[in-house]
Design a protein around this ligand. Sequence first.
Ligand SMILES: Cc1cc2nc3c(=O)[nH]c(=O)nc-3n(C[C@H](O)[C@H](O)[C@H](O)COP(=O)(O)OP(=O)(O)OC[C@H]3O[C@@H](n4cnc5c(N)ncnc54)[C@H](O)[C@@H]3O)c2cc1C
Length: 432
Amino acid sequence: MKTLLVIGAGPKALAVAAKAHVLRELGLPAPRVVVVEAHAVGGNWLPSGGWTDGRHRLGTSPEKDVGFPYHSTMARGRNREINEGMQAFSWTSFLVDQGGYSEWIDRGRPSPQHHVWAKYLQWVGHRIDLELIQGRVSSISPAADGWLVSVTDADGAVTQLDTDELMITGPGRSTRALADHPKVLSISAFWELAGRRELPVSSRVAVIGGGETAGSALDELVRHEMLTVSVISPMATLYTRGESFFENSLYSDPVKWAGLSVEQRRDVIRRTDRGVFSVRVQESLLGDDRVHHLQGRVTRVADEGSGVALTLRNSPRPDQVHTFDLVVDATGGHPLWFLEMFDADAADLLELAVGGPLTMARIEATIGYDLAVTGLESKLFLPNMAALTQGPGFPNLSCLGELSDRVLRAAGDAGESARREAAAGAERVRVR
Ligand SMILES: Cc1cc2nc3c(=O)[nH]c(=O)nc-3n(C[C@H](O)[C@H](O)[C@H](O)COP(=O)(O)OP(=O)(O)OC[C@H]3O[C@@H](n4cnc5c(N)ncnc54)[C@H](O)[C@@H]3O)c2cc1C
């Protein structure tokens, strides 16, 4: 049996592990799925993950759960059974199991708080007996027929895992801030202070960023005593995410995606994903006259009396300087964060596959139908990089059922290495 190692026990890992569980239950082939997690299952939806305080609400519907859209096409003649099997791990099955289903319906199906979403993911993990390794992946190297992954546990002990295939999830760390300055908070420092009710009293606050991370931070800030809250983004205005049937359907079912030109795809992503607030967040901000938008890219951070001065660039206009008491860097994760785990050999291999130095554009362009980098002998699944080539829903929660179909179909293929392993009777994920 092949082994698929997943870095991060978030929704993507749970979606893939749950479907592999269902396939096995039905007697269909599936790889062994092992998940390495630095915090806890659903860690990035909990305060300890550094992306939220856990009390803010999911932007999308929770019915876009680990099985959505329940339209498997993996195994001809058995897809109905797969869909039915996955329904045992749906959001509504979770509510039925926990006794909250009718209340949720009667309250108008509200989006759950992030910590409840984490609880749902943990429930799925528990029900499928998720194979979980606790620790932080610190390095990735190529092996003869797979990947060698080093995991550091809480005591600093390092274990090497040897796997056939690898999937990387999540946005990386949230501890990065634009500048090392006491008045400039990373998103992780922001949530830590907010959680302890210790956000400094400030009259002029700036939030840098116009996406989901900034939206949650703003949702929190407007509950505090502030004179003004400026949202800084390079866009001409703060856009609301398009959330009509037409936009949503491209997320749920990416079948039409391949028929669009690259320019049309970039346009959809700009309009619906990058640097946009959900309608709910936008509505709560609209009614608050303390919230303003400042257009520009921050190019300089400097001390200014007891505050901090930000230089905003809007070429060809001259730079502008604005002073704040507090700045929150909510620009979100770095898309290529995972490369910091790659050793020189792994980076070389990836460079060969993508045809040059590792840039976001090159990696994005090589993501195939299976959500893996094309041209690598051992699968490296990067669903977070799959929006442009495969569909805008793959990096987020929009089509986790389709994601697991594609990954497992590829991971289940009997490759050369798997045949060799089977012949040798060896088991992968050896602890060396
Ligand atoms: C505040 C906020 C709200 C959001 N709301 C929505 C929403 O409503 N709808 C939506 O579709 N999308 C939303 N998103 C986008 C969201 O990031 C993705 O949809 C979704 O979480 C991605 O799932 P995932 O499985 O890739 O990763 P995550 O849920 O981010 O899980 C990644 C996991 O990896 C672990 N990890 C990280 N590094 C390592 C390492 N080196 N070793 C081991 N483990 C590691 C983390 O602890 C974490 O548990 C939101 C994002 C943010 C920041």
